[in-house]
Design a protein around this ligand. Structure first.
Ligand code: PLP
Length: 397
């Protein structure tokens, strides 16, 4: 016998992964130039040259045993200090090395934060639709109930009335992801301030803090000078989960952190609980080499020109054809209305008739849309445009 819940979770790949696998299969049969794969959020710009240079220098200059050895569970002091200095320079905060716990990316950071706050079987953790689909298993398989805030379909900001209505005495936290996967929207300071007011009032009413878990792997991926508010400066009880998977194009290297500033209620306890939750999940330490790379490269910023060019090409081309979508300010996703209001049907038809692979909005609990990841080659976007045209034409007949 095995654990049935885990067996089920492990044997039902996400729709995103299924579409991606289908694309690989079709590429073998038809040639990669005839498959238009917009499924995965796998960065398509190279890591900055400084990162590769740092890797080479560290391997050359550092004792080989040390560079491949364990670090402390929470990470090297020097790495944590470099991250704290970077945050304080940019956001005027007073974060210290001890406020940071270095993780193997944002996913384990989120799981540790969630598990740290799942205090009882009826603990509730909220997420705002459309949301990253892994939040659901992260929450449900780590001891809490998953509560969804329905999407604000006008602006894709946060549906604040729904947040207020759905908070209960069991609400422990709300996960906020900005810039957002899948909408590309950046939550405004005004939205976040109003959210903070609601959480403060509800926290007082129920006699315990309601935390924001700020999931920020796309923080640095913004266009046209848009500012991403740093949520701990707006709401004290904020736990930040960060990753360099997207900002430095390092998803396979597995490096990120949880930050619990001192301004957070019960900060020391929360940090200890994050460390304990990580330990319970088998975390030993984040990769030593990558910690040393981040220490040197924490100020590196991605060159977003290629993503920006893709964003404009895809947005301009699709809207000219008659597709409707908001121009995203961040991340590398376009969230487009399905012409017939059925994202699943559109995705299926596009796949079977044109080898055009798009993820139905239903996967993000926002029906009637589809997500296009534009971290792809500009040439693929150009080749795919006739397929998008044929699709919208077919709905007009
Ligand atoms: N959160 C969001 C919103 C994501 O889109 C992703 C990855 O796509 C993650 C978290 C996980 O990132 P990581 O690779 O750092 O675990």
């Amino acid at each position: 016998m095995v654990n049935q819940t885990m067996q089920q979770l492990g044997s039902s790949p996400s729709v995103i992964r299924e579409l991606f696998a289908y694309g690989l299969q079709q590429a073998k049969v038809l040639g990669p130039e005839n498959v238009f794969d917009y499924t995965l959020g796998n960065p398509s710009i190279p890591a900055p040259a400084a990162v590769n240079q740092a890797i080479c220098e560290i391997l050359k200059d550092t004792d080989s045993i040390a560079v491949h050895g364990y670090s402390m569970a929470g990470g090297f002091d020097a790495t944590r200090q470099a991250i704290a200095d970077n945050l304080n320079r940019r956001f005027g905060t007073s974060i210290q090395a001890r406020n940071l716990f270095i993780t193997c990316g944002a996913a384990p950071a989120l799981i540790s934060a969630i598990k740290a706050l799942a205090t009882a079987p009826d603990s509730e953790i909220m997420a705002v639709a459309p949301y990253f689909p892994e939040y659901k298993p992260f929450v449900e398989k780590n001891g809490a109930k998953f509560v969804v805030i329905p999407a604000d379909r006008q602006q894709f900001q946060i549906n604040l009335a729904e947040v207020e209505a759905r908070i209960t005495a069991n609400t422990q936290a709300i996960i906020i992801n900005s810039p957002n996967n899948p909408s590309g929207v950046v939550y405004t300071e005004e939205t976040l301030k109003k959210l903070a007011e609601i959480l403060t009032a509800k926290g007082q009413e129920f006699g315990h803090p309601i935390y924001i878990i700020a999931d920020e792997p796309y923080r640095e991926l913004v266009y046209g000078g848009v500012k991403v508010p740093f949520i701990p400066t707006i709401y004290d009880n904020t736990i930040v989960c960060y990753s360099w998977s997207k900002s430095l194009s390092l998803p396979g290297e597995r490096i990120g952190y949880v930050c619990v500033p001192d301004t957070c209620a019960d900060a020391a306890d929360v940090l200890n609980a994050v460390a304990g939750a990580s330990r319970a999940n088998g975390h030993v330490c984040a990769p030593t080499l990558m910690q040393k790379v981040i220490e040197r490269c924490v100020d590196e910023m991605p060159d977003l020109a290629a993503y920006d060019e893709n964003r404009t090409l895809l947005y301009d081309s699709l809207t000219a054809m008659g597709y409707r979508c908001a121009k995203p300010d961040g991340a590398f996703y376009l969230f487009v209305e399905a012409p017939n209001g059925d994202g699943r049907a559109f995705s299926q038809k596009a796949k079977t008739e044109h080898n055009l692979l798009v993820v139905p909005g239903e996967e993000f609990e926002c029906e009637g849309y589809m997500r296009l990841s534009y971290c792809v080659s500009n040439a693929m976007i150009r080749r795919s445009l006739p397929a998008f045209q044929a699709m919208i034409d077919s709905y007009r007949k």
